[in-house]
Design a protein around this ligand. Structure first.
Ligand code: G3I
Length: 333
């Protein structure tokens, strides 16, 4: 079969992966698969604050530079992930950041990082995961360090600074738990849309929404009308949509590999069938290349202790059923 990037391109979509830079440097099979299959990529960790900022006055760009060069040399577009998040802040952050210097910390970081790669990045996740209804605020915003130190204007500060630093990248708001039909996710979708509308009303430069898409199989969840409505609401605000971190948690599926791979494939298919119907969806990236590297086995371990099988290729880089499921979804999009 044709590579996924080719199937995707026929329907004006980009396809790719979150990449582990160490594997990209060290593994020939990993690199070969990435080159063969993808037209877009993102660093799984290499562009986060914790990776780029070993000390307050020091930047480490080796891995991020490597990835950006790899993308350019091979005509793979690069997403930037991310410029402002409550997680994976460096160890020095808590002791250093305060109400007096937080705005400067944030804007200098964005100018330095987005400025370094200006003109070379397809889209930046400028703000990641800023909404959390469980934190109990009326505006639904997450009680993150940035919110506590700067107030809600940190959102527009981040986007405006990013636009100045890199006027060509599509500026993206990226979040999770906005995919399924549960009451909690309905509430979260509503809060995300309210936040986006507030920002748009203030002419904040924001071009796209990233739906992370960490979905699950075997839970009885179907993905459907609410998700489509969310994507449509984004379109009404002139926002493109990217599926930024797709993978399938298989904890609720039986241990047998054949059954599990079938259930995971089915989840990919069902999800993408819904999402790809919407014309403002422009890219699909899975959160990792092969099952061996997935964050899910560490952070969401199965009760039976065997590794999760959430991605499209197995630990030996053999294509799983899910590859043909995604291919079918692209063909029918
Ligand atoms: O780099 C250190 C290493 O020096 C140290 O020896 C090792 C010991 O634990 O930790 C390494 O850092 C780990 C890092 O990944 C790099 O491998 C962290 O512990 C680990 O927590 C971190 O996990 C990442 C996680 O974000 C952090 O919250 C996952 O790989 C990454 O897949 C995950 O990605 C997030 C997206 O950015 C945002 N959306 C959700 C998604 C999944 O959680």
């Amino acid at each position: 079969a044709a590579p996924l990037k080719t199937q995707a391109a026929a329907h004006h979509l980009l396809f790719g992966f979150a990449l582990n830079v160490r594997q990209l440097r060290e593994s020939e099979s990993y690199r070969r698969l990435v080159l063969e299959q993808s037209s877009i990529a993102v660093a799984e960790n290499a562009m986060k604050w914790s990776a780029l900022r070993p000390a307050p006055d020091q930047y480490f760009f080796d891995d991020a530079d490597f990835l950006v060069q790899f993308g350019e040399q091979n005509r793979i577009k690069l997403r930037g992930h991310n410029l402002c998040w409550h997680e994976q802040l460096p160890k020095w952050f808590d002791a250093t950041a305060n109400g007096a210097n937080a705005r400067t910390l944030l804007t200098e970081h964005i100018r330095t990082v987005a400025g370094r790669y200006a003109g070379r990045i397809h889209s930046w996740d400028v703000v990641n995961e800023a909404v959390e209804p469980r934190d109990g605020r009326p505006d639904g915003l997450r009680n993150s360090p940035w919110l506590r130190l700067i107030g809600e204007t940190y959102l527009e500060l981040a986007f405006r600074t990013a636009r100045q630093a890199d006027p060509t990248a599509l500026l993206t708001y990226n979040d999770y738990d906005i995919e399924d039909e549960s009451p909690y996710q309905a509430e979260k979708r509503a809060a995300v849309l309210r936040m986006l509308r507030r920002l748009k009303q203030r002419n904040v430069p924001i071009d796209a929404v990233g739906i992370q898409s960490h979905i699950s199989a075997g839970t009885g969840h179907r993905y459907g009308a609410s998700l489509q409505q969310f994507i449509l609401s984004c379109r009404e605000m002139d926002l493109e949509v990217f599926v930024t971190e797709l993978d399938v948690d298989d904890r609720e599926l039986p241990k047998q590999v054949a059954e599990r791979d079938a259930g995971v494939a089915e989840a990919y298919r069902q999800y993408l069938d819904v999402v790809l119907r919407e014309p403002n969806v422009r890219a699909v990236l899975t959160w990792g290349v092969d099952d061996a590297q997935s964050w899910l086995s560490g952070k969401r371990p199965r009760a039976d202790g065997v590794p999760q099988r959430p991605l499209l290729w197995d630990a030996q880089f053999r294509p799983k059923k899910a590859v043909s499921a995604v291919e079918q979804a692209f063909v029918e999009a």
